[in-house]
Design a protein around this ligand. Structure first.
Ligand SMILES: [Zn+2]
Length: 212
C-alpha cells in the first residue's frame, strides 16, 4: 500500500521495508512531547502520543486514506497492532484501564460501514489485551467535514457533540481515547468535555498520526 511492491508471506498491506521506514514518533516515551504541549492549558489529559508523523507527502496519508475511504480495515488493524506492540509495557500504557475509540455519528458510520478509530482500537486491544469500550461515548451531533475551518471554528463546531450514556461505567477509570489523526486537538477536547462528567476519570490519547 506504500511502495507498490508485491508482498511476500507473512507481510500484510505493507512490506517489511516500508514498515521499518514508517516515521514513528516514539513520543509515548517523552512526557511533554509536542502533542502534550499543544493541549497544555486546555482540558487536562494524562498523556498524549501518536504512532507516526503525518507528513503530507509521507507514508501515513495513503495508508489512512485506504483505511477511511477504501474499506481497507485490515490496514487499520495492522497499524493498531504494531502500535500496541510498541506501547506494551511502557509507562504510557501501564495505568490505562480501557480503550475508547472516538465515535463517529451513527449516520456517518452507516455511510462508511465502520468507524476507522474503532478499527485502530481493535488492533491496539489485540496486542495490549486491554478491553475495548464502544457505545458508551457517543457522538450526538452530525457535523460536516472540518478541513476548511479555522481552529476556533473547529472548536465551536465540536464543543457539544459528544455524550456519555452511562458515566458510572467510566468512573475512576483511566481511558485511552483513540483516533486516526490528531490535528488541532479539538475533537479530543470535545470528547474530554463529555467525559469529565464521569467521576474520577483520567484520559490519555493515542492516535496513528499527528499533524502539527
Ligand atoms: Zn513497501
Amino acid at each position: 500500500m506504500v511502495c507498490g511492491e508485491e508482498l511476500i508471506q507473512p507481510e500484510e498491506c505493507i512490506c517489511l521495508r516500508c514498515l521499518y521506514k514508517l516515521p514513528r514518533t516514539h513520543n509515548f516515551k517523552y512526557p511533554d512531547n509536542a502533542a502534550e504541549r499543544l493541549m497544555a492549558g486546555r482540558i487536562p489529559f494524562e498523556r498524549i502520543a501518536s504512532f507516526c508523523v503525518y507528513a503530507k507527502k509521507g507514508m501515513l496519508p495513503p495508508l489512512i486514506h485506504q483505511l477511511k475511504y477504501h474499506h481497507h480495515k485490515e490496514v487499520g488493524i495492522l497499524l493498531g497492532k504494531i502500535y500496541g506492540e510498541d506501547l506494551q509495557g511502557s509507562d504510557f500504557l501501564k495505568p490505562v484501564d480501557v480503550i475508547v475509540p472516538v465515535p463517529l455519528h451513527p449516520k456517518k458510520e452507516k455511510i462508511r460501514g465502520y468507524n476507522q478509530a474503532e478499527i485502530i482500537a481493535r488492533g491496539l486491544s489485540a496486542t495490549t489485551s486491554l478491553p475495548l469500550s464502544v457505545g458508551n461515548l457517543i457522538r450526538v451531533v452530525y457535523n460536516p467535514t472540518q478541513t476548511k475551518r479555522t481552529k476556533t471554528q473547529r472548536w465551536e463546531n465540536v464543543k457539544h457533540i459528544f455524550h456519555v450514556k452511562n458515566p458510572g461505567e467510566y468512573a475512576q477509570k483511566h481511558l485511552l481515547l483513540v483516533d486516526d489523526v490528531i490535528t488541532t486537538g479539538s475533537t479530543m477536547e470535545a470528547c474530554a468535555t463529555a467525559l469529565q462528567g464521569c467521576q474520577g476519570v483520567k484520559i490519555s490519547v493515542a492516535t496513528l498520526g499527528e499533524v502539527f
